[in-house]
Design a protein. Structure first.
Lengths: 469, 109, 109, 469
């Protein structure tokens, strides 16, 4: 009787948690309610976790282990989440996603060991859960390392890589089939562990050849994969909260991946398998060939004058702004110019930086008023009527090759029409290329001047010079 | 077809539809928080980890389960926290009331 | 709680969410076709009528079931037909450039 | 084994049908894909029906009955659906909705008789299915009769009606409780039949006091109720296709009801229970007081001249256009005027006519080009710059009282600013009020002329006069 009541409470809690996830996710996808949406999801998660403790299966020593595990895990998660810089968000999300992936894989393996006589549907779920979870784990790990620049952001390709991948994939398929057919026993369990290890290798190999700039898309995809893996473990446990939450993430994550790829004018397939094709060598070649054409360098003092006496200035922030952490300085400069009667606006490219919304977050951190931020479509026609376009650490998102050069890997990506401004001042440290690894004609234009140096330092010096002007 | 599996399929399928539907018109600014928020939600697999650890009866299943609980909890706690932080920054937008907003950020569960 | 009922509740709840979600941004011109189209969809209760009539074992259950099948079928057939007719009239709109518009619809995505 | 395979096919078919309903409904709610959406739903329904024949329960004599029933029902449904005039759409939808409602109620009653030992959850579903289905049936029937003008469109109220309703409702509650508790047996079955009868009465009494103009909203609500009833029968049968399709309709129908009420600036509660409150007497009083103030009648010839020599004309169609079936004539007149260089546009009020989109459907039928139709928000500011506003059988949607008279029952409803045009010509048959039953100050305005007569005839004569002008 008491058992019964407890199960009913647990069932009900899972139901409520599922509903909260749905509503939370819905609210998360609209700016006005996003934060509340996340908090609803948190509430749902809390309810689900607490309810799980009521399950009769959970008792004794293991209960203690669970509590200890949760405490440790929470600590591991919260510390970096609180301290990480905004620029490092993507890798952090990758790290957490990897955690989820490995959890799903381990749960699947445990399920297989604990059940006797695993049905075919369950067997399939377990195999897929292990495979997807493990791929998501190592894939996320590689993405993390690339973004942290512990390993090169460049596509890492080696000969016959596709052959290896195919081999591993075939092996996984075979192992999976055997596991499902055998249903049970120590041999099958060993095979599942082998499958797990092979999947770890597969995840690594799949993500290594993808360029660092594509990592956000990869992470979104792996995120969706982890959701699917979670749903599969729920299938085996007969736990609908897992199924629903996992499926929600799997579906929305897939859509999100496509939306993100679309913002970069890429297809998801192109992102994942692009390095195997034509782009990698082409990009490398283009990057090598730079530095030959003439450029116009400018001093801080010379740059300050047109800024100070301009009527209209558009600031184009890019990844370099994030690297230099120059957002506060930029705001100071903008305030200063506005004080002098200059109309200052910010042009935000949808994929400027390393994650969507990167620039919004950064500038919001520096308290830049929201109505000064203009999305690409809204401001692109105004460059032609602008005196100075101040490009701060942006590169690919201003590259006219996307408009003109059909051979360019970024051809077709919508870009900011910076080159139409009367004059362009570009702040970066060198002539090195951006994340797409291709040269930018803009820097060689007649009306473009380069102000070399770290963005933060350059702007600080610009502020001084504008005050003096 | 087993009734439970059939119903499970319905639940799964409906949730897939719902997942696709709900995201439909998300502005690109929200892509990152959305990614990170859904990332936290799939941390629900922690529940699975708790259940398998709860009924683990050999030391190595305990080890597996324990690791799973730790990583799952990290996924949940870290994911939600970082999402909340990110969205907190978005909230700051209206320039003037930065101070009051920081206060809010602290409150955020 | 009985597992089947629980799962049924999930299915029901998810479908409710989906129903709300899907309609979200319907223009007022489509209100009537939508009303009539959903009206036809609930004609699915015809399936229920078929099942109860199929296993009817007294004459009066047969009568009940038969009536239910007739009315259910009328709901389905009439509902869909009238909706299609209505939407057919809507299609006529772009008097001149019907062809080019169809082309645009195809390109979307 | 064969049984098993068959059940699997049925299960799969239901799954596919459910998916088709979902996708169909989604497409139905967007103009570009609406028709395809409806066709997907038809496909889903066809699959579900065919699959049901494979169920082992269905055999022998009953199989024949089912086929005959479906044939008869299809005929009953299709004939009026093909022949009905566009103006009669709402009552037809009401009729079909009533059919669905009675089906759900009868299925629920049959379920109860066929099952032994009905569980509490099932019992509740059966009771609610019977109740809601029956209410939806008679409610739709009354709505049908009101719209067909077989009974008065006016709210029908009688003393102590609310008391009767409450009594019936209490009786239904009691009967339902008993049925659920008894679970089984002939006595319980009789009680359920009683409950059914009481619910029929309740449906009638609930809809009688609602005015004819509100019928579309009522039908939308009953539609949603029938969906819910269908889902409930599915619950008892363990049939997920029923549950999903029913729940979809229940939810989307409820939302649609609210959207429709919102377009009329009413709340759903106000629509359903309005007649019990203050509106009914107020409206009746206002309607009685008409005919006193001066009006300016105009002849066809006098009306033709300003039209023929106008620069800008806006046509405001209303319910009378539908009644007179004057859409083709209107188009002819518009073509004629455009041939003379007049700029002719149509102003479409969201609730003009008797169903949303009524005017669009009508004018589309007459091949009026879509870009000539302007929604209220888009054209409302242009009346002030218009020479002639030609009001054809519209009344309530032009009533300035909605803007000015806080005591008016339609106060707050957004209206077309017809009165701001330089001159207004109103085509209607008399000074009778529209469906809201209130007087319209517009007709007494200085710049308004009344052209009495059936809209079709008046326009035909106008065409002749314009040609002569
Ligand atoms: N936002 C997203 O969601 C997302 C996702 C995936 C990929 N991407 C890709 O990332 C790229 C974003 O374009 P972007 O224009 O923002 O960046 P970008 O093309 O990567 O260029 C950034 C530039 O900033 C400069 N820089 C770096 N550190 C700097 C510092 N401390 N001070 C000054 N300059 C510095 C670099 O040049 P120096 O080294 O010479 O200084 C570099 O050329 C696109 O290719 C996009 O497709 C974005
Ligand atoms: N569209 C919807 O979805 C919907 C739903 C529910 C309620 N309603 C309500 O319906 C009303 C719609 O407003 P409305 O302005 O379109 O219509 P209305 O206010 O009902 O007025 C229609 C007018 O047309 C005239 N008329 C009728 N037959 C005619 C004929 N053969 N030739 C010429 N004139 C004729 C009538 O006057 P005579 O009798 O003098 O000719 C009547 O005054 C609103 O109150 C609205 O709230 C609409």
């Amino acid at each position: 009787m008491i058992e019964d009541g407890r199960t009913a409470i647990v069932d009900l809690s899972y139901l409520v948690a599922s509903a909260l996830f749905i509503v939370g996710l819905k609210q998360l996808s609209s700016p006005a309610t996003a934060r509340r949406g996340n908090q609803l999801s948190i509430l749902g998660m809390a309810i689900a976790i607490v309810a799980t403790f009521l399950l009769p299966e959970i008792e004794g020593d293991n209960l203690v282990l669970i509590v200890v595990g949760i405490v440790i895990g929470t600590a591991i998660g919260i510390v970096p989440a609180r301290q990480v810089k905004m620029t490092a968000m993507p890798q952090l999300v990758a790290a957490f996603n990897g955690m989820g992936g490995i959890t799903a894989a381990l749960v699947s393996i445990s399920e297989f060991s604990q059940k006797s006589e695993v049905g075919r549907g369950e067997g399939l779920s377990i195999v897929l859960g292990t495979l997807i979870g493990a791929v998501s784990f190592t894939g996320s790990a590689v993405a993390f390392l690339k973004l942290q620049e512990r390993i090169s952001g460049r596509p890492i390709v080696f000969p016959r890589q596709q052959l290896y991948n195919a081999g591993i994939f075939a092996a996984i398929g075979l192992l999976g089939l055997l596991v499902i057919v055998l249903q049970d026993g120590n041999f099958a369990r060993s095979l599942l562990v082998l499958l797990f290890l092979a999947s770890l290798a597969l995840g690594t190999l799949l993500v290594l050849p993808i360029g660092g700039a594509d990592m956000p898309v990869v992470i979104a995809l792996l995120n969706s994969a982890t959701g699917l893996a979670a749903a599969l473990t729920g299938f085996v446990l007969g736990n609908q909260a897992l199924v629903i939450a996992g499926a929600l993430v799997g579906a929305s994550g897939t859509l999100l991946t496509m939306l993100m790829a679309k913002a970069m004018n890429r297809s998801v397939t192109n992102v994942i398998f692009g390095a195997f094709g034509a782009i990698a060598p082409g990009a490398a070649g283009a990057a090598g060939g730079g530095e030959a054409k003439p450029i116009r360098e400018i001093s801080v003092e010379d740059a300050a004058v047109p800024l100070a006496y301009a009527q209209r200035v558009i600031i184009v922030p890019g990844y370099g702004l994030a690297v230099a952490q120059a957002q506060h300085a930029v705001r100071e400069l903008a305030d200063l110019l506005e004080g002098r009667g200059v109309d200052v606006r910010y042009a935000i490219h949808p994929v400027a930086g390393r994650m969507p919304g990167h620039m919004n977050v950064l500038l919001a951190e520096a308290n830049v008023s929201y109505d000064r931020l203009y999305e690409m479509e809204r401001i692109n026609d105004d460059f032609a009527r602008t005196d100075v376009a101040l490009v701060i650490g942006a590169n690919d998102v201003t590259n006219p090759a996307a408009r003109e050069d059909t051979a360019s890997p970024i051809y077709g990506m919508p870009i900011l029409n910076v080159d139409q401004a009367a004059s362009v001042i570009v702040l970066k440290r060198s002539m090195k290329s951006g994340f797409a690894g291709i040269e930018n004609e803009l820097f060689h234009n007649e009306n473009t001047s380069m102000l070399f140096g770290d963005a933060k330092e350059s702007i600080d010096r610009l502020i001084g010079a504008v005050k003096a002007a | 077809m087993d009734q439970d599996i059939l119903l499970g399929t319905y639940v799964f399928g409906l949730a897939i539809f719902l997942g696709l539907e709900v995201i439909n018109r998300v502005p690109s600014t929200l892509h990152t928080p959305l990614m990170s928020g859904t990332n936290a939600i799939h941390g629900i697999v922690l529940i699975g980890a708790m259940i398998v650890l709860g009924s683990a009866d050999t030391w190595w299943l305990q080890v597996l389960g324990f690791i799973a609980v730790v990583t799952g909890a990290a996924n949940v706690a870290g994911g939600f926290m970082v999402t909340d932080r990110m969205l907190g920054m978005f909230k700051k937008r209206p320039a003037a009331n930065a101070a009051s907003d920081q206060g809010k950020g602290g409150q955020g569960r």
